[in-house]
Write a protein that binds this ligand. Sequence first.
Ligand code: OOG
Ligand code: MG
Length: 259
Amino acid sequence: MTVDLAGWAGYLQAAVDNRREVQGIEAQIGSLSIDDAYAIQAALIENRLAAGDSLAGAKLGLTSKAKQEQMGVDEPAYGWVPASTVLGDDAEVVLGELIHPRVEPEFVFLMGQALAGADATAEQVLDATESVVGGIEVIDSRYEAFKFTLPDVIADNTSAARVAIGAYGVGPREVDLRAVTCTFTIDDEDVGSATGEALLGDPAECVAMLVRHLAKYDRGLEAGWLVMAGAPLGAQPLSVGTVATASYSHFGSVTVRGV
Ligand code: OOG
Ligand code: MG
């Protein structure tokens, strides 16, 4: 069966534009292949770029057990970060622009050099990285009740909505990224801690997986891009008045406020 890639990309963009959750795609067409899901995601991003946005980088999602268990999906997924969605380290997020946002801490790689290749390694990722900083991603699944299958969440650009990026971090080999600790608080209440190791054992290996994925499409990471390695802890709802802070042992802290 041929899937209407452009049609589904338009369907998801309409959900973003109307701030309305929509039904999962798989539930409507029976099944969606991973390849078709990435093709819908590509069409969605092409439309955004054609409308004047640019790419600030790329992301992984579902790279920790905490996230996989929370969402009921047991494989990582890859997506894009539009430049219009990138915020500073103490950011206000306008709830009226979103559907049912959640926040989650992130390990973010800032690329000093381009990196591509079907055999990319974690060592090459560290070589190409300028610094690693903390972040908070605002995810906003376009699907009803934040429920999706793996192909659905891929088509939806892995729920990407906003990302607040830390002001400073460390050189990629200054510390063992697997040992960097992140503590997440919501309204000053501790909601969990994890280390970089929660990200498939090594955040740099996550980024290497993304590079290997992009090679299938003859693409790679570009110098100046940011890359989110994924959330080491489960996401929390963001409401008006919520203050979410991710504090990192080596990256300082990042705060997002729902307004
Ligand atoms: C999918 C996006 C997951 C992460 O860091 O694991 C993600 C979702 O949970 O809606 O960005
Ligand atoms: Mg994330």
